[in-house]
Design a protein around this ligand. Structure first.
Ligand SMILES: *Cc1c(COP(=O)(O)O)cnc(C)c1O
Length: 221
């Protein structure tokens, strides 16, 4: 199937109002352009170097989301243009994003990455830690970032019931933060779900899915 067909299929299975982020990491610009031609404008990348190399070769109205592990010393490269950083996993990284955003007179939208998997390899804040930092005013200390929601990755498993349970826990936490200590007026996004688990993610309240291989095919590392 073509990229346009893959995208049409994914979209047909998403409820209205769920944003599709096409994760284009490891795919060359000509492949990304096929998705652009089919109308996609939000793309996710996970490596700074790769994003910097590809961006000039693609349409300027693309909204780039950063979804991978981000080193603080690389934030400066993406700060001028990044549309959203979905993978803020420490208070130190948030502060650095704030500092770089200020230099460019921007407000950068971010998601706080929350650790929900049973695997130990994934990144993110523990829920308790995140709640404490927000109560202590982490958001007000960073006026040049807008904390627009949360992101989480489930355990990499074929067990969709387990993935569903992990997403449900994050959704409950998201609602709690939204009601008790929202870090911004636009704390509305819950980014959950990848190619293998986006159906249980949307069933459990995801507002944004990050889909790579189901659109672009296998990645060749
Ligand atoms: C690579 C990646 C994705 C997309 O994964 P697929 O399984 O190819 O859909 C989504 N989110 C993050 C954070 C990623 O690194």
């Amino acid at each position: 199937m073509s990229i346009a067909q893959n995208m049409a299929h994914v979209k047909s299975t998403l409820p209205d109002g769920v944003t599709l982020v096409a994760v284009s990491k490891f795919h060359p610009p000509e492949i990304i352009r096929e998705a652009c031609d089919a109308g996609q404008r939000i793309f996710g990348e996970s490596r700074v170097q790769e994003l910097m190399a590809k961006r000039p070769l693609l349409p300027h109205d693309i909204e780039w989301h950063f979804v991978g592990t981000l080193q603080a010393n690389k934030v400066k490269h993406i700060a001028p243009f990044i549309s959203m950083i979905q993978s803020v996993d420490s208070a130190g990284l948030l502060k650095e994003v704030d500092k770089q955003a200020a230099k460019w007179h921007r407000t950068i939208r971010v998601l706080l990455e929350i650790y929900i998997a049973e695997e130990t390899s994934k990144h993110g804040f523990a829920m308790d830690e995140c709640r404490t930092l927000l109560r202590e005013g982490m958001a007000t200390a960073c006026p040049n970032v807008c904390i627009a929601g949360l992101m989480g990755m489930a355990t990499f498993t074929d067990d969709m019931e387990q993935a569903g349970r992990e997403f449900k826990r994050l959704h409950t936490f998201f609602e709690e933060i939204k009601n008790d200590c929202p870090p911004s007026d636009s704390f509305t996004e819950l980014s959950m779900g990848m190619s293998g688990d986006y159906l249980p993610a949307v069933a459990n309240g995801s507002t944004m899915v990050r889909i790579g291989s189901a659109i672009f095919g296998e990645r060749h590392y």
